[in-house]
Design a protein around this ligand. Structure first.
Ligand SMILES: Cc1cc2nc3c(=O)[nH]c(=O)nc-3n(C[C@H](O)[C@H](O)[C@H](O)COP(=O)(O)OP(=O)(O)OC[C@H]3O[C@@H](n4cnc5c(N)ncnc54)[C@H](O)[C@@H]3O)c2cc1C
Length: 452
């Protein structure tokens, strides 16, 4: 009898972020026909996105064409297209522009987007930071505020232009607030004649009792103290209740009394309007809508609650990875929506599919699935020049040692060698001279305005 070899499994990976790229690379020597689809042509190193938004780095230093990243992988083709639907019954994905693709294995790794908690109209006034376009828009608005303030004649308008509100005290909010205050108070201090940029206010608003709520409380406290010493007005226990083109309405409870916000009784929270022309949203996330189309259960943020092997319940051939997956670690705690978790999930799913493909190739039964084990490598957040907080090897680290650790880790994980060198050079230059190399306002100067 002649044995007919099974056809090579068709693997479709949607999303060329941390999880998708790691999954593709883990399949490099597998007998599969792999297609990676992303709506962008580039893999983006999101942890350094705030540096583009604050003019420290240029877009090309933190992004690389996905095609180039995977150019050596002969079993993989890259398609640039927006995936609009998933049909798990037919085993197909629908795209905008590249037709319908059939799969034997599907890997969804399309990440998250901003959530305005039902207040979508705020988005126009308070952009979030997720893509290169977002970062360039935030950079443009921020730099434009100083230019408009320099030529403003009304003191109230000038003050509003020099008041910046960052909503959300997680790592992104802390990084943004720290960088913005450094620019205003140091980088551009001597460059304007009508305004004193030292008068600029940066307000960081956080609904929880502490910033960096996912970190050790001592590190949250250290970050708050550092931000305040740098000149950031940190408002914890404070919620944004309205945002429009003139500013933001804040509702806050006294320090140490979060109950006032949670409806826990007196004292009644007080409100304050802050006139501001530039608000940045770093508060909430919602998982990619593609996850729900797999038929898997989802949590409140729309993340798919996956099986221990990262597949969708009842669909061994569909994996959901990275930020859009709800996964528990061995202590029963959620794996944080951070790059290390996404990368580890990508490698795990890739190895699982590769084992299946090997068995299929040999005509053997599919192997038992292995459970994903998250390895927690610690936490890092930078606050400013030579200022950061870290929790590594069970210890808290702050100040310059934490900042060096942060810088080292980020450079190591940048995807290509050229970026590593360029970013290091840029940081060295900024560190010594307090300068930022990408302070460009692009677009038509005649229409320079803040309206969206
Ligand atoms: C501003 C910011 C700062 C951060 N800082 C840190 C940090 O310091 N440390 C850390 O560990 N983590 C940080 N993170 C989190 C980290 O970047 C994410 O956890 C990680 O990127 C998740 O990887 P992922 O592969 O799940 O998704 P992503 O990296 O978001 O990749 C998703 C990919 O899917 C593509 N895509 C989305 N929808 C579609 C569609 N419909 N069709 C086709 N393609 C689609 C996107 O274009 C993107 O390429 C930060 C995130 C942000 C936004």
């Amino acid at each position: 009898m002649v044995m007919v070899k099974a056809a090579r499994p068709r693997v479709v990976i949607v999303g060329g972020g941390f999880a998708g790229i790691q999954c593709a690379e883990a399949l490099a020597s597998a007998a599969v026909d792999l297609t990676l689809i992303d709506r962008k042509n580039h893999h983006l190193f999101q942890p350094l996105l705030y540096q583009v938004a604050t003019a420290a780095l240029s877009p090309s230093q933190i992004a690389a064409p996905i095609r180039e990243v995977l150019r050596g992988q002969r079993n993989c083709r890259v398609l640039m297209a927006d995936v609009t639907g998933v049909d798990p019954e037919q085993r197909e994905v629908r795209t905008d522009g590249a037709g319908v693709l059939a799969y034997d294995y599907l890997v969804l790794a399309t990440g998250v987007s901003h959530s305005y908690f039902g207040n979508e109209s705020w988005q126009a006034q308070a952009p979030g930071l997720k893509t290169l376009e977002d970062a360039l828009d935030i950079r443009r608005r921020f730099l434009l505020c100083f230019e408009l303030a320099e030529r403003a004649t009304d003191p109230a308008e000038r003050a509003a232009l020099l008041t910046f509100v960052v909503v959300g005290g997680g790592p992104t909010g802390v990084e943004m607030a720290g960088a913005m205050v450094e620019i205003a108070l140091q980088t551009i201090r001597d460059e304007f004649r009508s305004i004193d940029t030292g008068q600029a206010r940066v307000i960081l608003v956080e609904a929880q009792p502490r910033v960096l709520a996912g970190f050790d409380p001592a590190l949250s406290e250290s970050a708050k103290r550092t931000l305040r010493a740098m000149g950031v007005d940190v408002r914890t226990n404070t919620r944004v209740t309205a945002i429009d083109g003139t500013g933001v309405m804040l509702t806050h409870a006294p320090e140490g009394d979060p109950g006032a916000l949670a409806g826990g009784g007196a004292p009644v929270p007080s409100s304050e309007f802050i006139a501001s022309r530039h608000v940045i949203w770093a508060a909430g996330v919602a998982a990619s809508a593609l996850g729900a189309m797999t038929g898997g259960a989802t949590d409140r943020a729309g993340r798919v609650v996956v099986e221990p092997d990262l597949s969708v319940a009842g669909r061994k051939e569909v994996f959901v990875l990275g930020d859009m997956a709800s996964v528990m670690d061995r202590n029963g705690l959620p794996v944080p929506g951070m790059a290390p978790g996404a990368m580890q999930m990508g490698r795990h799913a890739g190895a699982t599919i590769a084992r299946d493909a090997r068995a299929l190739d040999r005509g053997e039964a599919l192997p038992a699935r292995r459970a994903f084990r998250y390895v927690d490598k610690g936490q890092l957040a930078t606050i400013g020049r030579a200022r950061a907080v870290a929790h590594v090897f069970g210890r808290n680290v702050t100040g310059l040692p934490a900042w060096l650790l942060w810088a080292g880790v980020h450079v190591v994980y940048l995807i290509d060698f050229r970026s590593k060198v360029l970013v290091l050079m840029e940081w060295f230059f900024s560190y010594i001279f307090f300068r930022r190399g990408a302070r460009l306002i692009t677009g038509d100067a005649r229409t320079a305005q803040l309206e969206t």
